[in-house]
Design a protein around this ligand. Structure first.
Ligand code: SAM
Length: 255
C-alpha cells in the first residue's frame, strides 16, 4: 500500500498543530548556542535573518545570546504573531521583529545581513537552492548557519531510505552537503550533528499530549487522524533507525 507523505497535508493544518508547541522541529537552546560559538565579530551592529523561524524558539535564544537585531521570517502568519508576542514578553521587541514571508522570495536588500540562520526549514526550498538564493542577502564574510536532515552513513535500510526520499527528496550525506556548501560559495566552517535529545525530548515527547488534544478537537476528521498517524510513524522510525540519520548544523562563511 502506498504510504501517505507529509506533502499531502494542508500547510495550515500542520501549523495549527505545531504552533501550540515550543518548537516545530528538532533542536535545543544548547545546540543553537553551540552553533553561535562559530560566528565571529558579533556586536550590537550585527543583523541576523532567521528563516523559517516558526514560533521563534531559536530566535529568542539568538536574541538573548547576542546584541544583534533579528528579522525572523515564516510563511505561517500564526507563528509570526506568536513570535512577536513572545519577543514582547522577553522585552526583546526592539531587536526582534517577526515578519510573514517566503524563504524563496525574500523581501530583503542585497548584502543586508551579517548572519542568516535557519533551523529545520531549508528543506522547504531545498538545501542547494536555499544556499544559492540566500547568499546575496549576506554581506561578504557573512555567515550562514542551518540545520538540515542528513544521512550519517552511505547505506541505509530500504524502509527509512524511502521515508526520507518521500519527505526530503534531496536528502544526502554530511560530506556531500559540505561539498554543496563549498560549491555554492561558502567556506565550510563547521558541521555537527544534533544529539538525540533534540529529537526525543524537544520534538517527539512534547507532541504526544498535543496529538491527543488535536484528535479530540477534530474528532472524526480522517485527515487529522492520518496526520497524527504519520507523526507517530515518524517517531517510531526515529527510534528504529536513528543511527542512520539526523539533523546536522552546517555553518559556512560567504566567500
Ligand atoms: N525553526 C523552527 C524550529 O526549529 O522550531 C521551525 C521549524 S519547522 C520544521 C519549519 C518552518 O518552516 C515552519 O514554521 C514553516 O511554516 C516554515 N516554512 C515552510 N515553508 C516556508 C517558506 N516557503 N518560507 C518561509 N517559511 C516556511
Amino acid at each position: 500500500m502506498e504510504e501517505i507523505t507529509i506533502h499531502e497535508f494542508d500547510f495550515a493544518l500542520i501549523n495549527e498543530f505545531f504552533t501550540e508547541l515550543d518548537r516545530q522541529g528538532p533542536g535545543s537552546p544548547e545546540e543553537t548556542i553551540r552553533a553561535l560559538g562559530f560566528i565571529d565579530n558579533l556586536s550590537n551592529k550585527t543583523k541576523i535573518a532567521d528563516l523559517g523561524c516558526g514560533t521563534g524558539a531559536q530566535t529568542m535564544v539568538l536574541a538573548q545570546n547576542t546584541e544583534a537585531t533579528i528579522t525572523a521570517l515564516d510563511l505561517y502568519a500564526g507563528s509570526i504573531e506568536k513570535l512577536n508576542v513572545t519577543a514582547g514578553k522577553f522585552g526583546l521587541q526592539n531587536r526582534v521583529k517577526g515578519i510573514v514571508g517566503s524563504m524563496d522570495n525574500l523581501p530583503f536588500q542585497n548584502d543586508e545581513f551579517d548572519l542568516i540562520w535557519s533551523e529545520g526549514a531549508i528543506a522547504n526550498i531545498g538545501f542547494e537552492k536555499g544556499l544559492n538564493h540566500w547568499k546575496r542577502f549576506l554581506k561578504k564574510d557573512g555567515y550562514i548557519a542551518v540545520t538540515y536532515e542528513s544521512w550519517f552513513t552511505d547505506e541505509r535500510p530500504a524502509e527509512i531510505e524511502k521515508w526520507w526520499l518521500d519527505a526530503v527528496p534531496e536528502i544526502s550525506t554530511i560530506g556531500h552537503n559540505i561539498s554543496i556548501m563549498q560549491k555554492t560559495g561558502y567556506i565550510p566552517v563547521a558541521a555537527f550533528t544534533l544529539p538525540e535529545t533534540c529529537w526525543i525530548d524537544n520534538y517527539f515527547i512534547p507532541q504526544k499530549a498535543r496529538q491527543e488534544e488535536f484528535l479530540k478537537k477534530h474528532a472524526g476528521n480522517k485527515t487529522v487522524e492520518d496526520l497524527i498517524a504519520l507523526m507517530k510513524r515518524e517517531a517510531d522510525l526515529y527510534s528504529k533507525y536513528k543511527q542512520y540519520y539526523g539533523y546536522v548544523f552546517y555553518i559556512g562563511k560567504k566567500m
